[in-house]
Design a protein around this ligand. Structure first.
Ligand code: ZN
Length: 677
C-alpha cells in the first residue's frame, strides 16, 4: 500500500522527512509510484503543444521528479547510515528501476529534440550565466550519451557501453579474487615480531575462523597495511608486498592485462565516436582542468618541484635503514617499515597524547564557532524534528539576521547498520521556486570513537580533521544559493568538490583556531603549542615521496587515456616507461600497477586521478589567502562564501575561483605548506 503522505509535501517542521511514520515496507511501492509520477512529468514536457522554451523544457526538466528525488534520497541515505537486510534487499530491487528510468530520459528522442531546439537558439535567449550553465548541462547529458549520432553509430555506442561495463566488472572480479586468494599463514611466533597487539590478535582470530593453527595475514588493508608497516621479518614483508603488487598479473585466468588493453581501446573508440580526440578529452570537458594538456602541465610542474625533495627523503631513509639494520638497497617492501620507524623517532606523536584535547562536543562547538566567525552562521540544537536514530543530533542553522539557512543532521558513532568511513549527504537540495528560496537539509555521517562509561568521546587528530572535512562539504550544501536544484550546493565539477572540505581542515592546524576548542577535557588546559607544532610537522612527513607517488598514478592514468592506445601491446613495458621519471625504488619484474588499478579501470576515476592533487593545490592556495589576511578575516571569508560556497555549479569553477582569489590557483602554496620549497 502506498502512503500518499510520502508523495506530497511533508507536513512536518521545515518539511523534514517524517522518519517515525516511514516503514521499510513503504519504500518499494512509494518509489515505484514516484517513478510513475516523474514519467508523467516528462511526458507533459514532451507533449507540450507550445514551442520549446527555456522555461517549458529546461527548467521544467530540472524541477521534474522532485518526489522521486526526495524519497530515494531518504532511502539511500538510510541504506548507508542505518541499514538492515530488508533495506539492502529493497536496494537491489530499486536500483535497476532507477537506472532504467534515467536511461529512459537520456534516450528519449522527443525530449532531446526539444532540449536541442532550445540549445540551438541559445544566443537569442538572453540567459543569465546560471541559466546558460544549466542549458549546457542538460544538453550535454544527452549529447555525451550519443543523442546526436545517426542510428548506426548509436547502436555501435550501445555495444561499446555494454562491452565496457562487462569488462570493468570482470576487471574488478579478478582483482577481488586475487585479493581473496592470497593467504600467508604464520606458525612461528617470532615471525610476528614488531607487529602491534591488535594486528596479532586479528590475525589469530582470522586463522581460527578458517580452522587453521597460527596467524593468518591477507591482502585486505587492515591486515596488509600493518604487516608491511611493522613486521620486522624482511622476507615476509617482501612476500606480501610482491603478492599485493602482482594482483591480476600472473598470466593465468585472473590476469587483467588483456582487459586493460581492451578497456582503453574501447574507451578511445567511444570518445572518437562522440567526436572527442581521446577518452581524457571526453572526461575533462566536464572538469575544472578542462584539457589533458592542463593536467599534464600541472602534474609535470609539481613533479619538477617535488622530485628533489623526494630524492632527498629517499636518501635519508636509505641511510636510516643502513644505520639501523645494515640494509644495502632499500626495496619496495622496506619503505613503509623504515618510514614508520623514522617518523616515530622524529615525532613520537601518539594519539593517546592528543585525544584528551579533542572531546567530540568541544570539536563540534569549535567547528560551529569557526563557521560563525567566518560565515555568520548560528547552530541551535533542536528536538522538534524526526531523527532516524537516537544518536543523530539535529540543528537549526540560521544567519546572524535570524534567517533560516538549513537543517543540519550530524550522526557520529558507529553501529552495525552504518557503513565505514565518513561522508556528507543531503535530504533535500536548495533551490528557488516561484520566488521562494527553499532551504536545504544537510547531513554528515561519521564513525568516531564512542564515549564509554568513564570517558567522553575523545577524537584522534585524524578524526578531528575528518569532522572538519565533512563539515566543509556540509557548509557547501548549507550556504547554497542558486535557482536550479541540479546545479545547487555540492553539484559541481568533480575536481572542484573537495575544495570546501579540504580547505576547512586547515583550521585544525592553526593556533588561533585550536585555542577555541582544543582544551583538555579534564583540566581545561589549551593544547600545548609544541604538540601542535609536531602535528604540523608530522603531517608533511615524507611529503616529497608521497607527492611523487600520487603524481605517478595520475600520470599513468593520463597515459592510458590521453592518447590512442592502439600501439600499446605490452602493459608492463608501457607502465615501466611511464614510471621511469617518478620511481625511487628498484624495479620489480613481478609487479604491475595497471592490472589492479581499480580506480581507473573499474571505478569512475579514469582521467580523474589527478584530481586528488588538484584539490590540494586549490585548498592550499585558498587557505594561503586566508593566512595572508588573517584566518578569521571577514572580507576573505565573505568572498569565499559569495563566490564559491553559495554558487554551486552555476558557472565554470575556474571563473568562480578567480572571482574569490583574484587569480588562478598556483601550486606554490601547496609546495610551501608541504615544505617542498
Ligand atoms: Zn570529501
Amino acid at each position: 500500500m502506498i502512503k500518499k503522505t510520502l508523495l506530497t509535501p511533508f507536513k512536518t517542521k521545515y518539511n523534514t522527512p517524517p522518519f517515525r511514520i516511514i516503514e521499510t515496507s513503504d519504500y518499494l511501492p512509494t518509489i515505484t509510484e514516484a517513478i510513475k509520477m516523474a514519467k508523467n512529468e516528462i511526458d507533459t514536457i514532451v507533449n507540450n503543444p507550445d514551442q520549446p522554451t527555456f522555461e517549458n523544457t529546461i527548467v521544467a526538466l530540472d524541477f521534474s521528479g522532485e518526489q522521486l528525488d526526495r524519497i530515494s534520497s531518504i532511502f539511500f541515505n538510510l541504506n548507508s547510515a542505518e541499514t538492515n537486510e530488508d533495506i539492502q534487499k529493497i536496494a537491489q530491487e530499486v536500483s535497476p528501476l532507477l537506472s532504467e528510468f534515467s536511461n529512459d530520459i537520456t534516450l528519449n528522442e522527443d525530449l532531446f529534440k526539444r532540449v536541442k531546439a532550445v540549445y540551438e537558439s541559445k544566443s537569442e535567449l538572453n540567459l543569465t550565466e546560471e541559466q546558460s550553465t544549466l542549458l549546457d548541462k542538460k544538453y550535454k547529458g544527452f549529447s555525451r550519451n550519443g543523442a546526436n549520432l545517426p542510428e548506426g553509430k548509436k547502436v555501435k555506442l550501445r555495444e561499446i557501453d555494454k562491452k565496457l561495463s562487462q569488462l570493468s566488472l570482470k576487471f574488478g572480479e579478478n582483482v577481488l579474487a586475487e585479493t581473496n586468494k592470497f593467504e600467508m599463514l604464520i606458525s612461528d611466533e617470532s615471525d610476528l615480531s614488531g607487529l602491534p597487539e591488535g594486528t596479532i590478535e586479528a590475525a589469530k582470530q582470522l586463522a581460527e575462523s578458517k580452522d587453521k593453527e597460527g596467524w593468518l595475514f591477507t591482502l585486505d588493508y587492515p591486515s596488509y597495511i600493518p604487516f608491511v608497516t611493522y613486521a620486522d621479518n624482511r622476507e615476509l614483508r617482501k612476500k606480501i608486498t610482491l603478492a599485493a603488487g602482482s594482483k591480476a598479473f600472473k598470466n593465468d585466468e585472473l590476469d587483467n592485462k588483456d582487459n586493460v588493453l581492451q578497456i582503453t581501446k574501447l574507451r578511445h573508440e567511444r570518445a572518437n565516436l562522440l567526436g572527442y580526440q581521446t577518452h581524457a578529452h571526453f572526461v575533462l570537458e566536464e572538469r575544472m582542468a578542462e584539457t589533458p594538456e592542463t593536467v599534464l602541465n600541472f602534474s609535470n610542474e609539481l613533479l619538477e618541484k617535488a622530485k628533489p625533495a623526494a630524492e632527498r627523503e629517499f636518501k635519508n631513509l636509505e641511510n636510516f635503514a643502513k644505520d639501523l639494520d645494515n640494509i644495502d638497497r632499500l626495496e619496495k617492501w622496506d619503505g613503509p617499515y623504515y618510514s614508520e620507524k623514522l617518523k616515530q623517532k622524529l615525532y613520537s606523536l601518539d594519539d593517546e597524547k592528543l585525544k584528551p584535547y579533542f572531546k567530540l562536543e568541544n570539536v563540534i562547538d569549535g567547528a560551529f564557532t569557526i563557521a560563525n566567525k567566518l560565515f555568520d552562521l548560528k547552530f541551535e540544537e533542536i528536538d522538534t524534528i524526526d531523527k532516524y536514530h537516537d544518536d543523530v543530533l539535529t540543528y537549526k542553522v540560521t544567519n546572524t539576521k535570524g534567517d533560516f539557512i538549513s537543517v543540519f543532521y550530524a550522526d557520529f558513532f558507529p553501529r552495525p547498520g552504518k557503513r565505514n568511513g565518513a561522508w556528507m549527504t543531503s535530504y533535500k537540495p536548495q533551490y528557488i521556486l516561484n520566488g521562494e528560496n527553499s532551504r536545504p537539509h544537510v547531513s554528515i555521517v561519521c564513525n568516531f570513537t564512542k564515549p564509554t562509561k568513564t570517558k567522553p568521546s575523545l577524537l584522534t587528530f585524524n578524526e578531528v580533521t575528518t569532522l572538519f572535512h565533512e563539515f566543509g562539504h556540509a557548509l557547501h550544501g548549507m550556504l547554497a544559493n542558486t535557482t536550479y536544484p541540479s546545479i545547487s550546493g555540492t553539484s559541481v565539477f568533480w575536481d572542484f568538490v573537495e575544495l570546501p572540505s579540504q580547505v576547512m581542515e586547515n583550521w585544525c592546524f592553526e593556533k588561533e583556531a585550536l585555542e577555541l576548542f582544543a582544551t583538555h577535557y579534564e583540566t581545561g588546559e589549551v593544547i600545548p603549542m609544541e604538540l601542535v607544532k609536531k602535528i604540523k610537522e608530522s603531517a608533511t612527513f615524507h611529503e616529497g615521496m608521497q607527492t611523487l607517488r600520487q603524481l605517478s598514478f595520475g600520470l599513468l592514468d593520463m597515459s592510458w587515456h590521453g592518447q590512442d592506445p592502439i600501439q600499446i601491446t605490452d602493459v608492463k613495458a608501457f607502465e615501466t616507461e611511464i614510471f621511469k621519471n617518478t620511481s625511487l625504488y628498484p624495479e620489480t619484474k613481478e609487479t604491475c600497477m595497471s592490472t589492479a588499478f581499480s580506480h581507473i579501470f573499474q571505478g569512475g576515476y579514469s582521467s580523474g586521478y589527478y584530481s586528488y592533487k588538484w584539490a590540494e593545490v586549490l585548498d592550499a592556495d585558498a587557505f594561503e589567502y586566508f593566512k595572508e589576511e588573517g584566518i578569521f578575516n571577514k572580507t576573505v571569508a565573505t568572498k569565499f562564501k559569495d563566490n564559491v560556497l553559495s554558487r554551486g555549479g552555476t558557472e565554470n569553477p575556474m571563473t568562480l575561483y578567480k572571482r574569490f582569489r583574484g587569480q588562478e590557483p598556483k601550486p606554490e602554496a601547496l609546495l610551501r605548506r608541504a615544505g617542498l620549497i
